[in-house]
Design a protein around this ligand. Structure first.
Ligand code: 13P
Length: 338
């Protein structure tokens, strides 16, 4: 398969990406919220339960894994990447080493992980990965994001993407403008515009073939502490407008992060965006919390109750599958939940 074909397969109409790549530190927070001990056995058990769900075949085009998970064997025998491929989904891997304090700035970060990346990519390919993820983070305050943060993160994303394509995998490019803060939706629009522009400048300099990439952006949305709430229509209009103006047409697929939106909000907003999507971009989800929150709660209630955990996951995956086609509704949400 060409990189373009892989990028389209991951985000095929009706499907999206499951972001199950929480680092050991992040999954610790998720498990703490449900009183589950953060040990390898429990991490494998939760993830394997999701990857064995019936929704995988119909609604999931790709799964992003963490280093530990891509090396694990399921208790049934096959490796985790084999299990994912069996359902027709593409296994992927988070390759960044996290957002680290940016020297010379007060509290901004730059994502690290370029050293030794070429060698790590070779190994991940052998383990079955066909795409990768790298996340840059930008916080909106009076002073940030600074041009130092926007430029350094874009540069790192582009160098990462070039190495990933050299290794014959599809890079997911994830510049995340955080929802934290009291800024309004127009501020988010403006910052997202600046961030995307700089990313595509650098990707061009580094000769990345955009046809073999997936963009994973934030939606254009007011800060979580903003008093002016925006309607779903306004979020959809501004998000699509921002993407049409700043993402080159060669990019085949765009898969949003959920970024702290509730499961329902994330489905509702994605649906509205697809209802008005008149671009050629395949627009879908690449959700972590937006796909797993309910399933995680069920896991907390009873880790052995595979049926309930899978039921919760199947429902969210199905709902987001509908949203990727603009076919979701509150009625279907209730009908299928029943
Ligand atoms: P959320 O959907 O929970 O924001 O996670 C997506 C992700 O992969 C962030 O890097």
């Amino acid at each position: 398969m060409t990189l373009n074909e892989i990028a389209k397969k991951m985000c095929a109409k009706g499907k999206g990406i499951l972001a199950a790549d929480e680092s050991t530190g992040t999954i610790a927070k998720r498990f703490k919220s449900i009183n589950v001990e953060n040990v390898e056995k429990n991490r494998l058990s939760f993830r394997q339960t999701l990857f064995n769900s019936s929704a995988m075949k119909d609604f999931i085009g790709g799964v992003i894994l963490f280093d530990e998970t891509i090396r694990q064997k399921t208790t049934q025998g096959p490796s985790i990447p084999e299990l994912i491929s069996k359902h027709g989904a593409v296994p992927g891997i988070k390759v960044d080493k996290g957002a680290k304090l940016l020297a010379g700035s007060i509290d901004e970060t730059v994502t690290e992980g370029l050293d030794g990346l070429r060698e790590r990519l070779r190994e991940y390919y052998e383990l079955g990965a066909r795409f990768t993820k790298w996340r840059a983070v930008y916080k909106i305050t009076d002073k940030s994001p600074s041009s130092q943060s926007i430029k350094s993160n874009a540069h790192a994303l582009a160098r990462y993407a070039a190495l990933v394509q050299e290794a014959k995998m599809v890079p997911i490019i994830e510049p995340e403008v955080l929802m934290d803060g009291s800024h309004n939706i127009d501020k988010c629009y403006q910052v997202t515009t600046n961030v995307l522009n700089e990313c595509y400048n650098e990707l061009e300099i580094h000769k990345v073939d955009l046809k073999g990439t997936v963009l994973k952006p934030n939606m254009v949305i007011p800060g979580s502490g903003c008093k002016d709430k925006s309607s779903t229509k306004e979020i959809a209009n501004k998000t699509l407008d921002c993407l049409r103006k700043n993402v080159p047409a060669d990019v085949p697929s765009i898969a949003f992060l959920s970024g702290g939106q509730s499961e329902i909000e994330a489905s509702k907003n994605l649906n509205e965006i697809n209802k008005i999507n008149d671009s050629n971009f395949l627009i879908t989800f690449s959700y972590g919390r937006g796909l797993q929150a309910s399933a995680l709660k069920e896991f907390g209630k009873n880790q052995e109750n595979i049926e309930n955990i899978q039921k919760a996951f199947n429902h969210r995956a199905r709902m987001n599958g509908l949203s990727s086609k603009g076919e979701w509704s509150e009625d279907l949400e209730k009908e299928f939940a029943a």
